[in-house]
Design a protein. Structure first.
Length: 212
């Protein structure tokens, strides 16, 4: 089981789909397109911040349980990084300290249940995509979700900047499985076929090292 991580616009969904096809397995994609709360959050983050995080937490718990039932699959963003968003929105005043406490208690209970609810106990590999803020903003603009655009809300630049910064720290502290970082600035795997082949080869080699 491979889990992908990275900030908004890093290219996780694109790489998830490619890796799933490469390994002949299932891609479990992040619930964004049909998410009824996400557009509401971007319009009024203080009102919908906690609801959005509970929505994502529930979906990511279901996804990680499903992923751990099988020997092979690829998961686009996982429960392991979910708290990063909750804590950021708490620091930004969009989620109260009480709500944050409730969230973390629920997350802790879910994580305690995982070893008993699944065949696997942890991912085999975390693939983290690191991108600069400039690359992040360019990809957000290119994919064209209205509620993510700076034109719609210039204040989003602060959110994207801080999120990008926190992801670096999160990756450094992640210890649930072996991990590899992909430089999303150096390797434009979203639109460059040669770069994509190099990234897939890097991941193949990392998996061989893990398996010994």
């Amino acid at each position: 089981m491979i889990v992908l991580s990275g900030t908004i616009g890093a290219g996780k969904t694109s790489l998830t789909s490619v890796l799933a096809a490469h390994y002949g397995t299932k891609a479990l994609l992040e619930p964004v397109g049909g998410n009824p709360v996400l557009p509401l959050f971007y319009k009024d983050p203080h009102r919908y911040g906690f609801l959005l995080q509970i929505y994502f937490l529930n979906k990511r718990f279901s996804a990680i349980k499903s992923a751990m039932q099988d020997d092979n699959n690829v998961l686009d963003r996982s429960i392991y990084e979910d708290a990063l968003f909750t804590d950021l929105n708490t620091d930004l005043g969009r989620i109260t300290e009480t709500e944050n406490h409730v969230y973390h208690e629920l997350l802790d209970n879910m994580m305690a249940e995982l070893p008993f609810a699944a065949h696997k106990k942890s991912p085999d590999l975390l693939v983290h995509i690191s991108v600069s803020l400039e690359t992040e903003l360019r990809r957000i603009s290119k994919r064209g979700r209205d509620y993510e655009q700076l034109d719609a809300d210039p204040a989003l630049i602060g959110y994207y900047t801080e999120l990008n910064h926190r992801y670096a720290k999160w990756f450094d502290e992640y210890d649930a499985s072996p991990k590899i970082v992909i430089d999303g600035d150096k390797y434009d795997f979203v639109s460059n076929t040669d770069d994509l082949k190099q990234v897939v080869t890097m991941i193949d080699n990392k998996l061989r090292t893990i398996r010994g």
